[in-house]
Design a protein around this ligand. Sequence first.
Ligand code: 5GP
Ligand code: 5GP
Length: 260
Amino acid sequence: MPIKIALINAGSIILKLFKVQNQLENSEKKRSMESKFSFLINLLVLQCLAVVCVSQDFDFFYFVQQWPGSYCDSAKSSCCYPTTGKPAVDFGIHGLWPNYNDGSYPQNCDSGNPFDESKISDLIGNMRKNWPTLACPSGSGETFWSHEWEKHGTCSESVFDQHNYFETTLGLKQQTKLLQALKTAGINPDGSTYSLENIKDAIKEGTGHTPWIECNRDSSGNSQLYQVYLCLDNSGSILIECPVFPRGGKCGPEIEFPSF
Ligand code: 5GP
Ligand code: 5GP
């Protein structure tokens, strides 16, 4: 990781400078050298601080889940079931996205670390069930997972390797149990219309955190529940309140929850 390498390099240079400085302890040139060394050391310390301050990786993650019924009946996109069959009637994972507090985000951070399915072979069954692809043409999921790792996952390499990235995201799906939270509040994917506030309250009650709801439109133009955003701290360990919500995808006060 670049920050760590920069700090280690700077640290070892500082140590070397101190050693050389000790060796010169008894020399006549000590005085003038001392001032040069202290100038160099100050410069290096300032550089270290600049690296730490300026190149912060990211501030938090969005954990995004999609309602398959709304992906599939949307006016914009067609949908194709995965080659492994129709997914369960449940929210599916879209991704885990590093983000900055100002709403911008890094992407495609490391072309040298492409998606490698062999690194997550133990997770494939779980991935197919909980992170199914609905894009056309039908696929088994690799294209979607590869896109998510390469666009977003590679920007979280300071926290996750590929296995951790997917394992953590799968764990968040189990932890948040969105459909259960909604059903408990009497909100079911039956094509009815529900108040956006009730949907948010139900998810807050179930997960402990305020979600951002993104809507899309069905072919008749009705606003419907499409994606749910929750936030994770930048060490990838706990859900937090979102520092900022995404732009766009706004819902009306009443939205449809289509069946799947
Ligand atoms: P859309 O334009 O459909 O909202 O988003 C397209 C894609 O851009 C998303 O699937 C995601 O990869 C990326 N994206 C959109 N908004 C955000 C955001 O707020 N944070 C991050 N990290 N990625 C985003
Ligand atoms: P984003 O950049 O929006 O995170 O990534 C979405 C990309 O993944 C698009 O290229 C989309 O075609 C592909 N994709 C594959 N399967 C799915 C799916 O089930 N849902 C969404 N939203 N995108 C998918």
